[in-house]
Design a protein around this ligand. Structure first.
Ligand code: SF4
Ligand code: SF4
Length: 70
């Protein structure tokens, strides 16, 4: 199973909880950009490694992560 993850990056507060629970370790805070709230938003670097487990989406306190399973 693979997955496609999208973040509503403008709402991310950079807490990093999603990073800790990803079994594939593919989530990072994007230090090349700052969102309107002043945080580096979470992003996925190697989407082809995502297994669609949705751990990240369940963990996000602000529910800004959407996971589609393929
Ligand atoms: S769905 Fe699972 S594997 Fe994919 S980014 Fe989220 S925690 Fe990582
Ligand atoms: S858990 Fe949510 S708010 Fe925290 S870094 Fe991840 S996407 Fe951003």
């Amino acid at each position: 199973m693979s997955g496609k993850v999208t973040f509503r990056q403008d709402w991310c507060k950079g807490c990093g909880l999603c990073i800790e629970v990803c079994p594939k370790k593919i989530i990072f805070l994007d230090t090349t950009t700052t969102n309107p709230k002043g945080y580096h938003p979470a992003t996925v670097t190697e989407m082809d490694k995502c297994i669609g487990c949705a751990n990240c989406a369940r963990m996000c306190p602000d529910s800004i992560i959407t996971v589609e399973r393929e």
